[in-house]
Design a protein around this ligand. Structure first.
Ligand SMILES: [Zn+2]
Length: 210
């Protein structure tokens, strides 16, 4: 149900839609409501709202509109502190309504879903050079070793001779299970399947490399 591409969206509407998500999260409901009224923003959010749900449910736009209407904090107007006068002295204490942290309370999963939506709307910042530099200082990609790859995929790259319905190594032995998930043989015990074939002599006519 997710659209394969966002090419049809106005870049400004997509940017504003991403900003709405962040502003609502920060409790800046006034700015979020202003951006929601910019052209195309609601439509972009409506088309992507299922990204805000772990199971792809709709309702994301309604949620953002609802939360944008609740904030700023009715008690401190996002000042995070409230002023009281005690003995003619002004005192400040943490806002009891928002606990100094305006915006909806979100689980870690909900924050991740919002960041995923924002990344999507901003055309996948994780694909940019700048994002890679920020994440890992531009480390080169891992160059997989062919031997390591064969272990991960669960086959023995040295067993390239197909004979009598099975794969054999050049020395005539047959590989045992080498899947990383296969049970490890007990110490001193030959791995199962890692046995010498009954006819060790291998003539070129019988082999076919694979
Ligand atoms: Zn408050």
């Amino acid at each position: 149900w997710l659209r394969p591409g966002d090419a049809g969206y106005n870049a400004e509407a997509a940017y504003n839609a991403a900003c709405v998500v962040g502003l609502v999260r920060a409790g800046d409901g006034l700015a979020a409501r202003q951006l929601l009224n910019e052209p195309g923003v609601r439509q972009v959010l409506l088309d992507h709202e299922r990204l805000l749900s772990t199971i792809g449910e709709p309702g994301g736009l309604a949620y953002l509109e609802r939360e944008a209407g609740k904030w700023p904090c009715p008690e401190c107007r996002n000042d995070r502190v409230v002023r009281t006068v005690v003995d003619r002295q002004a005192q400040y204490r943490l806002c009891p309504a928002c606990n100094g942290n305006p915006g909806p309370s979100l689980s870690d999963d909900a924050v991740i879903l919002q960041l995923r939506l924002e990344a999507r709307l901003l055309h996948g910042v994780q694909r940019s050079w700048a994002a890679q530099l920020a994440a890992d200082h531009g480390l080169p990609l891992d160059d997989p070793d062919a031997d390591e790859l064969s272990k991960v995929l669960g086959f023995d790259s040295r067993a390239f001779i197909f004979k009598d319905g099975g794969w054999y190594r050049e020395d005539g032995t047959q590989p045992g299970p080498i899947s990383p998930f296969a049970p490890k043989p007990a110490e001193g015990e030959a791995p199962p399947g890692d046995t010498k074939p009954e006819t060790p002599a291998t003539t070129p006519e019988e082999t076919a490399s694979g």
